[in-house]
Design a protein around this ligand. Structure first.
Ligand SMILES: *[C@@H]1O[C@H](CO)[C@@H](O)[C@H](O)[C@H]1NC(C)=O
Ligand SMILES: *[C@@H]1O[C@H](CO)[C@@H](O)[C@H](O)[C@H]1NC(C)=O
Ligand SMILES: *[C@@H]1O[C@H](CO)[C@@H](O)[C@H](O)[C@H]1NC(C)=O
Ligand SMILES: *[C@@H]1O[C@H](CO)[C@@H](O)[C@H](O)[C@H]1NC(C)=O
Ligand SMILES: *[C@@H]1O[C@H](CO)[C@@H](O)[C@H](O)[C@H]1NC(C)=O
Ligand SMILES: *[C@@H]1O[C@H](CO)[C@@H](O)[C@H](O)[C@H]1NC(C)=O
Ligand SMILES: *[C@@H]1O[C@H](CO)[C@@H](O)[C@H](O)[C@H]1NC(C)=O
Length: 313
């Protein structure tokens, strides 16, 4: 992995406090920080809590966009696992991620996961979640030279995809655009066919487009291999459609490599330039088995080029 040196920059913080931050050793992994956020927006109650975030200004050019990931339910989604980090150099963008209130360490003082009372969780409202994002990105705009007029692009996946849709519908004055990842909207449901629910298969279309664009020959080989994979299983007496299950697993692996093609390892993919690597291995494979084994091993945390995949990890 290549390390870059960061200069120490000073950001004038919310409510006049000054946060000096050393942006750490890796271009893709700036340190976590805390933002002082109001617990009950739009009220006289001035109680605050510490909300964790990361900001990466390494690629930012004055006037460039702010690519903002509102982390979903769970701990802070680190910037090194956000596709926005991949977009930043080309767009001259600032990239930021904000932990969701009541997850990770972003709890009000005296409150905790295991203290589930109606009173303690009362500030966990959609309105407050939206306002957290707004306060945070406005603070970035006010404190980052050249970002005053930056357009903000919002993203999140699943529940965060739903938040993206709400942010764009209700707060288009703050959020210029958004990328809603598998939102819990029309894509929900037990639909099994394309006719039933075209949204369900949108991600697979995107994945194959990425591979066709990146390397046409490799994409054709993957397509043939996935088709061939169906055959031996079709005569199985098992009620479970294993070929379909394996297909879903494989497409998901190919999907992740397509999204995280950084020259460094990421939180999700432990192989640098994963898209290039899987394409090279696809082209080098001498059999269907070898071809389809590549993504499974690459997506496995014990991957070292040999051995079998460890399904537990
Ligand atoms: C942010 O504050 C919380 C307490 O509210 C703390 O647990 C966490 O470690 C802090 N994070 C950072 C990066 O300082
Ligand atoms: C909260 O802060 C605002 C602005 O400083 C102030 O007007 C208000 O009185 C404060 N509320 C309480 C309950 O202290
Ligand atoms: C649980 O939350 C309530 C309401 O916020 C608070 O008064 C109480 O001190 C908390 N108890 C613990 C053990 O954290
Ligand atoms: C990604 O960032 C997280 C959070 O800062 C860190 O814990 C993790 O080690 C990083 N992963 C890599 C592969 O650098
Ligand atoms: C993939 O193969 C190409 C052509 O041989 C090579 O230039 C490139 O460095 C390889 N990429 C990786 C990540 O190994
Ligand atoms: C495919 O076969 C060639 C020739 O036997 C060999 O050099 C190459 O290593 C094989 N590819 C893989 C991925 O094993
Ligand atoms: C690679 O991983 C396999 C287990 O899948 C292990 O048996 C083997 O010793 C490892 N090789 C190296 C060089 O670490």
């Amino acid at each position: 992995m290549k390390y870059f040196s960061w200069s120490v920059i000073t950001i004038v913080g919310f409510a006049g406090s000054t946060i000096a931050q050393d942006l750490g050793p890796s271009l893709y992994n700036p340190p976590k920080q805390n933002f002082t956020q109001k617990l009950n927006h739009g009220s006289n109650d001035n109680t605050t809590f510490q909300q964790q975030y990361q900001i990466n200004t390494a690629f930012f050019k004055p006037g460039g966009p702010i690519l903002f990931h509102q982390s979903e339910e769970g701990p802070l989604v680190p910037l090194n696992s956000s596709v926005f980090t991949d977009y930043a150099p080309e767009l001259g963008a600032l990239v930021a991620t904000l932990e969701h209130r009541f997850f990770g360490t972003s709890f009000p003082a005296g409150s905790a996961y295991n203290n589930v009372t109606t009173e303690a969780y009362a500030p966990l409202t959609l309105g407050n979640v939206m306002q957290d994002s707004i306060e945070f990105v406005n603070w970035i705009r006010q404190t980052t030279p050249g970002a005053e007029n930056s357009k903000v692009i919002y993203t999140g996946g699943s529940y965060g995809g739903f938040l993206t849709a709400i942010a764009l519908v209700q707060h288009s004055d703050t959020f210029y655009g958004g990328i809603s990842g598998s939102p819990g909207l029309t894509s929900w449901g037990l639909s099994l066919t394309l006719e039933d629910n075209p949204f369900r298969y949108g991600a697979s279309d995107w994945v194959s487009n990425v591979y066709y664009d990146a390397n046409y020959a490799a994409a054709l080989r993957i397509k043939d291999a996935l088709n061939e994979l169906k055959m031996p299983f079709q005569t199985s007496s098992s009620n479970l459609d294993w070929s379909n299950i394996l297909n879903v697993v494989l497409v998901q692996q190919y999907d992740e490599f397509a999204q995280f093609n950084f020259p460094t390892k990421t939180e999700i993919i432990e192989i640098a330039l994963a898209l290039e690597v899987v394409i090279n291995q696809t082209l080098a494979a001498n059999s269907t088995g070898e071809l389809l084994r590549a993504p499974i091993l690459m997506g496995n945390s014990i991957y070292n080029g040999t051995g079998c995949a460890d399904w537990e990890n």
